[in-house]
Design a protein around this ligand. Structure first.
Ligand code: FES
Length: 74
């Protein structure tokens, strides 16, 4: 019997990153993987200004990133 799906939470931070709490495995465009264990949050950039993408480096603040905060209905 397969393991149950891991409980992953993605929280949209106001005018900031996506906060992901896994466990998850992040795969970058080169195929390199980064394991993010359960309970260890990772902030993923959604503004495009981070110098350490895909992770947030806090640049969204000084760059004045503003985003819609409510998810559209699906
Ligand atoms: S969301 Fe923080 S640097 Fe892009």
């Amino acid at each position: 019997m397969a393991d149950p799906a891991p409980n992953v939470t993605v929280t949209v931070k106001p005018n900031g990153p996506l906060l992901v709490v896994g466990p998850i495995t992040l795969v970058d465009p080169t195929g390199q993987t980064v394991a993010l264990p359960a309970g260890r949050p990772a902030a993923l950039c959604r503004c495009g200004h981070s110098t350490m993408k895909p992770f947030c480096d806090g640049s969204h603040g000084p760059k004045g990133f503003h985003a819609a905060e409510a998810a559209p209905k699906r």
